[in-house]
Write a protein that binds this ligand. Sequence first.
Ligand code: MTE
Length: 312
Amino acid sequence: MTYTFGPKISSSEITPHEIYLSRRHFMGSALATGAALAASSALSATSPVALSFSQNAIPKPSDTVTDRALATTYNNFYEFGTSKSDPARNAGKFTIKPWTVEIGGEVAKPKIVGIEELFKFDLEERIYRLRCVEAWSMVIPWIGFPLSKLLAQVEPTSKARYVKFTTASKPDEMPGLSYRVLDWPYTEGLRLDEAMHPLTLLTLGMYGEVLPNQNGAPVRIVVPWKYGFKSAKSIVRIDLVTDEPKTAWNSAAPNEYGFNSNVNPAVDHPRWSQKRERRLPGFFANHDTELFNGYGEQVASLYSGIDLAKFY
Ligand code: MTE
């Protein structure tokens, strides 16, 4: 894999934070449209569609929210190309309607969920940092609901120990699939207790609107205490499985990308340090990286007794 360091962001691309905040205030107070309505328009949208959502009690990082223009133009979504600008450039024609997510494996009640059904859950905004393994980070207001609520519906059996996520694979619409940089389709996985943790967000929107294609429309997960690659985009399958699933990055380079991939300043990537990070749009490492990306209070107990240097 080729990592590119140093964002190419022109100042004209950046939306002032105040504009985002005023839009958010407008949406928080004035939107009484209902999630179902938002869902139906979202799915036929050619331009961003606002969502109805509530705030929640999850602690917010004190950091400034990253400008939307940056979070939607500096992306990793290798199905659309490996450079940071490729997803925004190439994902425009990606068709997200119709869309279903098939949930199966070790569950009592397997089901195929239409995307409209997901938009009917109570949506909430979570401002989470996304810390990429490449040592950059952003602070993004995601909108979604805890994955645990969906998994509860399918009733995992006692054999279910892991959850595997599979991204869509549409060669006609995803030019990156013709390059074998990863073993397609993109897969990721979590332990079941990680997937059921209330911080793990099944995500349908960001910045008050449905997800742009380049950020994983129509549905992705966001796991805030893990490196960004654990947060699989454009999900079409969720399987509950007994054994640790093979995952795209872990299969590509197991010594560089472990299955756990908890954000950890004490465990360097073999080719670079993870002690600090470059909070975009900065050009240099400007923040200390925090263990579990700052969510230790909520998630550290999941790893008690585990050697995090060995199980990175
Ligand atoms: N999901 C898929 N299907 N394909 C990818 O290439 N990249 C991952 C993750 N999810 C990726 C993916 C990586 S490396 C990161 S850092 C985040 O998506 C980036 O999410 P963002 O572009 O919304 O910031």
